[in-house]
Write a protein that binds this ligand. Structure first.
Ligand SMILES: [Zn+2]
Ligand SMILES: [Zn+2]
Length: 143
């Protein structure tokens, strides 16, 4: 699956173009994402060549030591999460106009999944401890 995506935030001040490399949705249940999205997890897809236009309208928030959250300063739309200072590799599913063919393949921070939300059948499940171990490995490799 190699899909070009062009979209904008809610108010249109920021537009984005990117190429989706797979149909896999990653679901993050961490409490930061729950607050950021306003309820429920953050649903993202991996993408390459993500370019934001009018990016002086993007606000950045560092909710944790390593993460960076981008949002539209005018309308508050969730634009991306990335490692601090790195270019974004994930796009929120809600920015995609065509979501056909996408499937939830991976759930992370499942220890924080709210009790009213069931696991997605067939999706891999990983906990906060597993994610933090993966982050440490990543940081060691990318020093
Ligand atoms: Zn906006
Ligand atoms: Zn999260």
């Amino acid at each position: 699956m190699n899909v070009n995506c062009n979209s904008t935030c809610l108010c249109g001040a920021v537009s984005v173009s990117a190429t989706l490399k797979s149909n896999a949705i990653v679901v993050c249940h961490c409490t930061q994402c729950q607050r950021w999205t306003g309820g429920g997890p953050l649903y993202v897809v991996r993408a390459e060549g993500i370019v934001f236009h009018y990016d002086d309208n993007i606000g950045l928030y560092h909710a944790s030591q390593h993460g960076e959250r981008g949002y539209c300063r005018s309308c508050g739309t969730t634009l991306y999460w990335s490692m601090r200072g790195k270019s974004p590799q994930f796009l929120p599913v809600g920015l995609l106009e065509d979501q056909s063919g996408l499937r939830v393949k991976e759930e992370i921070f499942v220890d924080y999944r709210p009790s009213w939300l069931s696991p997605y059948p067939g999706a891999t499940q990983s906990t906060e401890a597993e994610q933090l171990r993966a982050l440490q490995d990543y940081l060691k490799k990318n020093q």
